[in-house]
Design a protein around this ligand. Sequence first.
Ligand SMILES: *Cc1c(COP(=O)(O)O)cnc(C)c1O
Length: 492
Amino acid sequence: MRNQQATKLIFELSRPGRRAACLPELEPMVANAGTALGQEYLAEDDLPLPELAEPDVVRHFTNLSTLNMSVDSHFYPLGSCTMKYNPKRNERLAGLPGLIDVHPLQPSESIQGLLSVLHGLQSMLGEISGLPAVSLQPAAGAHGELTALMVAAAYFRDLGQQRPVVLTADSAHGTNPASAVMAGFQTKTVLSNSDGLVDMDDLLAKLDQRTAVFMLTNPNTLGLFDHQICQITQAVHDVGGLVYLDGANMNAILGISRPGDFGADLMHFNPHKTFSGPHGGGGPGAGPICVRDFLEPYLPTPAIVLNPDTKQYEFQSDRPLSIGRVRSFFGNTGVLLRAYCYIRTHGPEGLRRVSEDAVLSANYLLSKVKHFLHIPHGDRCMHEFVASAAGLKKQHGISAMDLAKRILDFGFHAPTVYFPLVVDEAVMIEPTETESKDTLDAFAAALFRITEEDQELLHDAPHSTRISRPDDVAAARKPQLRWISAEDPMER
Ligand SMILES: *Cc1c(COP(=O)(O)O)cnc(C)c1O
């Protein structure tokens, strides 16, 4: 465990009486707030808060911020998760006082500006997707999947149809079958063919009157656009089912093709991926959904609508068929505001250019990587591609995990590995549109160098990070979720 520097918790750095700021004595009225609140609401003891001087606090958090990589410090070729650069302009615009200093319980007349932005975002997402009815409420991509499946379930219930089955592709993100089960469906898996696309025979064999929804990702997680898409959506519609498009991969097709045009009925966007919202460490995200007109009555309420008579934006709750609320207030507004800024900054031409450049970057990298890593599916890709380290492992004992760990020593974040499951020793790479040719060249060169390195050096890589190789099996099986320390003031 070289270079491993124990980082103390802020509680362990605490010393009684140390202060970062000295506040003036409370005025009597404030000091008496406790009596106004009622004695039973007062804490009996002082809260066990850490006590530190300002420089200690600053150093503590600055040091913590360097323990991991970030998009602002390193290239992130993380397949399936569109980890793109977060333009600082969006941060500034989304932080304008008129947008962040509002209270969610304010009457709608007093937040017309914010509502017009959210309403504008709904219209733009409807336009980009080709699916005009939009709800911004879901809090993440997976939550969007769940919400849309609940909408589909409500629709079939209303039609009086028993459709208990959701089909998912075998290359799908794990959230697809998980969302289907949470929404009360049974799942069946549709296999991929040898080209990495939907196996039409398998799909046709599994489609019937019991099918509610086929969930698919297009372009799929192998970075391939399924050219059979219109036959697929037609086949699902022929049995009365709906098509759900997992829209996490929209970065490849913005302004080029619209899910509504190729037959999808429902989809979600991942604004924290496609529209550059920052989303390190698991959040926050958003998962707006777009559906066809005939599904609009089932969308979550309250909906944000423009009253044509008063020209005021309002919340509409009287939708008797609605599945109801899926999140408090109107969704993760901060993420939605960044998405609005991103889309408006680029405009229609610019958005198309984003996707063209993302696809170009990925193909450029693919054309370099294919000389030393096998690419099982496709000569060309969309926004990402999946290589396999299976041959390298067999010949030189270098696994996908070794590659991923060692690349950290070269100053790059690791690509996604072992996903999708349909590729052995998968290494999934998505460079995104903002990376320069120099960065892509340097990344390909580093990957190539690793394939030539001694396997002993690789097995305990990385060598330059604070923590080398944590035992990830133990971390999953016996997680220690709480810090236990002799000095822990919380223990006392
Ligand atoms: C990221 C992703 C999801 C889930 O989105 P979250 O916002 O992480 O819940 C679903 N499908 C695909 C293909 C993804 O890449």
